[in-house]
Design a protein around this ligand. Structure first.
Ligand code: SF4
Length: 418
């Protein structure tokens, strides 16, 4: 029996594809055996005179052009497969994007990726209007409709019935409050994430866990005033820049094959060291996203709260945080199988990385403040890899989060950037 589908319950979020083609220029699409059968039946190789797939380390992908765009992307921004054979004949990953289907033990939740421009701009139809298409697509990927994951609350601690739902609903209630200013909303999230990381959760299970989260949620923002944090430490800023680099890092399959393993690794190492040092020019990352700026100019861009667009930025980041939590993308099967407490801390780090990247984009574009467009573009880059790139679910990333738990690290990087 396939699990029932629960479409993201964030009324404010909308989506329809507007054909910008950004996802076709950006993503490396992994193919399933059924996709390969469909492509073969469409006889592309005979018609185009070249291969349309590419092998890399035992996996088959849609082939990309030298600029990283999909071979099927037409000049008008449309997909050639879609144009000639229809939407349902595209590889399933292309059909599903930007929906992210995450099963838990009772249902398949439909999250949404903010790597999509229409999602960030909140353009299109209500999400529930896509339910029939989502149902059809998910049946082509049976693992999205089966319970395969043991829900975890914290390390080595399985979640009891209702604990993760209670956590998600109470956090959503806090994030939805319109009496909170942006900085308190996300500082509150960081404080709750850090507090749950310190709590002896083995002693507060089931209804007592719900009561604990309820107390924390209701304590925002009053408690934050009584627990002020110092300015961010240089070592925390250094670690934040490293986290940003890990999220922007983007080696295309074609580039890795052309340059070879060692040259690719060396380039990454040099760029990573430049982000760690935080001095001089920003090295090339994410197809030249930050080209022409340096770390000193980025530091001089004020926090997002100082932006004239702060209300719209608050709405965007709030939608993102709510959609990530309610769409099961913050923990569990949607985020490397991580327990809820660590996943929540990773979400806070992703928000801090978005703020840093938005300020970096503002510096690169000559803006005195981060604009709404800077934040949209930054969020698109940061959410692009979340839950997908293996290195963001690695031991190194866990250690990074452990470190941010010290000295109020999560709260300090949020208050510094937001
Ligand atoms: S990024 Fe979003 S709006 Fe643009 S083509 Fe892809 S799915 Fe459509």
């Amino acid at each position: 029996m396939a699990l029932p589908i629960l479409v993201l319950p964030v009324q404010q979020q909308r989506y329809s594809c507007h054909g910008c083609g950004n996802c076709c220029r950006d993503f490396t699409v992994q193919l399933r055996p059924a996709d390969l059968d469909t492509l073969r039946a469409q006889q592309w190789e005979a018609r185009l005179g070249h291969a349309v797939t590419s092998e890399f380390r035992g996996t088959t992908y849609l082939r990309q052009r030298d600029d990283g765009a999909c071979v099927f992307l037409l000049d008008d921004g449309l997909c050639r497969i879609h144009k000639e054979f229809g939407f349902a004949q595209k590889p399933i990953a292309c059909q599903l994007f930007p929906f992210v289907l995450v099963p838990d033990d009772a249902r398949t939740r439909v999250g949404i990726s903010f790597a999509c421009q229409s999602v960030r701009e909140n353009k299109g139809a209500e999400l529930r209007s896509h339910i029939n298409e989502i149902d059809r697509m998910s049946r082509a990927v049976p693992e999205t409709r089966a319970a395969t994951y043991t829900a975890m609350l914290a390390d080595a601690m399985s979640a009891k019935d209702g604990e993760l739902d209670a956590l998600a609903q109470l956090l959503d209630r806090m994030l939805s409050r319109d009496d909170l200013v942006m900085r308190d909303r996300f500082d509150g999230l960081a404080w709750i994430a850090a507090s749950l990381g310190r709590a002896k959760l083995a002693e507060v299970r089931a209804t007592r866990f719900r009561e604990l989260v309820n107390v924390l949620v209701n304590a925002v923002p009053g408690e934050l005033e009584h627990l002020p944090v110092e300015t961010v430490l240089p070592k925390q800023v250094r670690l934040l820049r490293q986290a940003v680099y890990a999220r922007l890092e983007d080696v295309q399959v074609g580039t890795a094959k052309t340059k070879g393993r060692w040259r690719t690794v060396l380039t990454q190492l040099l760029a990573s060291r430049a982000f760690t040092r935080g001095k001089g020019a920003v090295p090339p990352v994410a197809k030249g996203l930050l080209v022409g700026t340096d770390f000193a100019r980025i530091s001089a861009i004020p926090a997002l709260t100082e932006s004239p667009d702060r209300d719209a930025i608050d709405q965007l980041l709030t939608r993102y945080a709510r959609a990530t939590i309610l769409g099961n993308r913050a923990w569990g099967a949607g985020y490397y199988g991580w327990p809820a407490v660590r996943g929540l801390q990773a979400l806070v780090l992703n928000i801090a990385c978005t703020a840093w990247t938005a300020r970096a984009l503002a510096a690169a574009r000559g803006h005195p403040h981060a604009t709404l467009d800077d934040v949209r573009d930054a969020l698109g880059r940061i959410d692009r890899h979340a839950g997908r790139a293996p290195w963001l679910g690695s031991v190194g990333e866990r250690l990074r989060l452990e470190y941010f738990r010290l000295d109020d690290g999560l709260r300090r990087i949020i208050r510094d950037g937001i």
